[in-house]
Design a protein around this ligand. Structure first.
Ligand SMILES: *[C@@H]1O[C@H](CO)[C@@H](O)[C@H](O)[C@H]1NC(C)=O
Ligand SMILES: *[C@@H]1O[C@H](CO)[C@@H](O)[C@H](O)[C@H]1NC(C)=O
Ligand SMILES: *[C@@H]1O[C@H](CO)[C@@H](O)[C@H](O)[C@H]1NC(C)=O
Length: 366
């Protein structure tokens, strides 16, 4: 063999060794966890109905460009552990739930304590680490927090259902309180994410943005929980470019909230836009902007700089219960800055709340 040929053979071998495994143009069908390793070698994956054994994660590490179709419901057997119950990763993925359900068996876990004690609950239930689209999936009865989203590139999540409505009622372990607790819909620390056209019935934040930018939450319906939140914001994080529009918020503690930790330092929250949101039956506040978290309207911190919070475009129309406050703003001294345009905010019912340590709100009076 000539030295040139030897070199060529060597290069081919080297390429074969370093090349990522490429998925084949085939359909892999999953009807138990044993099927997963083979199925993810295909660029079309079908999920049939099955039960995931207790204490195991249904983990899908998909090849780039894979399409997933659910053709049945997936149930997770009960075990006290941290989870997650389901995790999916990959780039440029098309994930179609086709209306099928991931059932977290929440009633077996619920004790009114969520993540604060009692039964150890898998949380989050669903870890989404894909780019592309994720749609038409139903989550029923999550043990605690539902979705944690950390997409590697742009992701649109749409037409989803989270139904933890059964957790509104007390059970034998919950001491008269709602049995479901800390059942956040979406916990988001990411960039380039759209969540739209989804319905969330739960007992905590519908959406909680802990950090990130270019996030749109629109056309969703939030029922029963703690509303749409930016925060809580801890130390050394940035949140910017958030659009929250055309959502319907029913019977929540508050509709729209920004909560920053009283103890946080070195963080920035800016450019938050609210447009066309509607809220009814709000139990505590219409809008709550509070720098004293975890207290409510306690002593505010000054370590999170908050600016550019605007209600513009279509009217945000909120109706609070008679014993609730319409708008409360609790800034630290000097930590809310600039001018905020609140011309598209209309809140009725209840009483006016306090506006503390900030004079920059324009085009609004309550
Ligand atoms: C995959 O297979 C289908 C069905 O045989 C075919 O129509 C399609 O063109 C193939 N796609 C690629 C990328 O090879
Ligand atoms: C969400 O709903 C809007 C309004 O109906 C529609 O235009 C949009 O296409 C929907 N998004 C998706 C991803 O289906
Ligand atoms: C605010 O965020 C919006 C939406 O993400 C973006 O289009 C706009 O450029 C941002 N404005 C500033 C001043 O950064």
């Amino acid at each position: 063999m000539s030295s040139v040929l030897r070199l060529a053979a060597l290069l081919a071998l080297a390429r074969a060794i370093v090349a990522a495994p490429t998925a084949s143009n085939c359909t892999g069908t999953i009807a138990s966890l044993d099927d997963v390793d083979d199925a993810v070698k295909c660029t079309t994956v079908v999920i049939n109905s099955f039960t995931v054994p207790a204490g195991e994660t249904f983990n899908l590490e998909l090849a780039d460009g894979t399409t997933v179709n659910m053709e049945g419901d997936v149930t997770f057997a009960f075990k006290e552990w941290d989870g997650p119950l389901f995790q999916v990763s990959g780039k440029d993925i098309t994930f179609n739930g086709n209306g099928h359900t991931f059932d977290g068996n929440g009633p077996d876990y619920w004790d009114g304590q969520g993540g604060n004690g009692g039964v150890t609950k898998p949380a989050p239930m669903m870890k989404i680490k894909i780019s592309g689209t994720y749609s038409n999936v139903k989550v029923l009865n999550s043990p605690a927090r539902v979705y944690s989203v950390s997409n590697p590139a742009a992701l649109t999540m749409s037409s989803l259902t989270i139904d933890d409505s059964a957790g509104d009622a007390p059970n034998s372990k919950s001491d008269g309180k709602a049995a479901g607790h800390n059942t956040d819909g979406f916990d988001v620390s990411t960039t380039d994410l759209v969540i739209e056209n989804s319905t969330i019935h739960n007992q905590d934040d519908c959406l909680a943005i802990n950090k990130g930018s270019n996030i749109v939450f629109q056309g969703n319906t939030c029922i029963g929980g703690h509303g749409i939140s930016v925060g809580s914001i801890s130390s050394s994080v940035t949140v910017s470019g958030i659009t929250i529009q055309n959502n319907v918020i029913q019977d929540n503690d508050q509709a729209l909230r920004i909560k920053t930790d009283a103890s946080a330092t070195g963080s920035t929250v800016t450019n938050i836009t609210y447009s066309g949101n509607t809220g009814t039956g709000l139990r505590q506040f219409g809008v709550l902007i509070d720098q004293s978290y975890p207290d409510t309207l306690g002593t505010p911190g000054t370590g999170v700089k908050l600016s550019g919070v605007n209600f513009v475009g279509s009217t945000n129309s909120l109706s609070v219960n008679s014993d609730a406050q319409r708008v409360a703003v609790n800034c630290g001294v000097g930590s809310c800055t600039g001018t905020w345009d609140w011309s598209a905010l209309k809140v009725t019912g209840g009483s006016a709340g306090p506006i503390t340590n900030f004079n920059g709100i324009e085009n609004f009076s309550q």
